[in-house]
Design a protein around this ligand. Structure first.
Ligand code: AR6
Length: 181
């Protein structure tokens, strides 16, 4: 079981499942959502149309079509509205819902983008800490998913996730087996 943080493009990841930072319509958009739909091809949108949208903090799964990944797990993250609208709780729910769905589909490798920290303006450092803590807490008691990768699209995002992971290690020195980098 491990969490790794890399710089890269999620559409190129050869994971069992990649996660899409979607919106509640699940009908595509810009950012990583647009990149995933472009790389997967039009059959992905056709399947998404059949799903009836998705609530913020929840997740739905489709096939990966032309992507190297077998599945795409779509999750609408919260739009940042100052922090008083349960944004942190909803962001944690996105990561947990995706991992639960991945495990239910026997996915052993899962790649995430940095959910909500782009167009949805969730503060990067805070979003990274929530992502890392939620993923490590999920990985700790079970081995359904062996490898989780955070795919950061730029250096600034990677630095924030590297720091969040280092902070998590520092806070959990007594539990060194809980993760690896
Ligand atoms: N691979 C990995 N990460 C990427 C890629 C890529 N190919 N492209 C962008 N990112 P955003 P959000 C990073 O805005 O904030 C869409 O229109 C990006 O640099 O894609 O959750 C949806 O339809 C940033 O770090 O997602 C929604 O309407 C991160 O992915 C809305 O945007 C997330 O940025 C969702 O906003």
């Amino acid at each position: 079981m491990s969490l790794q943080i890399i710089l890269g493009d999620i559409t190129e990841q050869e994971a069992d499942a990649i996660v899409n930072a979607a919106n509640t319509t699940l009908l595509g958009g810009g950012g990583v959502d647009g990149a995933i739909h472009r790389a997967a091809g039009p059959a992905l949108l056709a399947e998404c149309r059949s799903l009836g949208g998705c609530e913020t903090g929840q997740a739905k799964i489709t096939k990966g079509y032309r992507l190297p990944a077998a599945y795409v797990i779509h999750t609408p993250g919260p739009v940042w509205r100052g922090g008083g609208q349960r944004e942190g709780e909803l962001l944690a729910s996105c990561y947990k819902s995706c991992l639960d769905l991945a495990a239910a589909h026997q996915c052993k490798t899962v790649a995430f983008p940095s959910i909500s920290t782009g167009v949805y303006r969730f503060p990067l450092e805070q979003g990274a800490a929530i992502a890392v803590d939620t993923i490590l807490a999920w990985l700790a008691p079970q081995d359904d998913v062996h490898q989780v990768t955070m795919v950061c699209f730029d250096e600034k995002t990677k630095k924030a996730y590297d720091e969040a992971l280092a902070n998590s290690f520092a806070a959990n020195k007594s539990k060194p087996e809980s993760s690896a980098c």
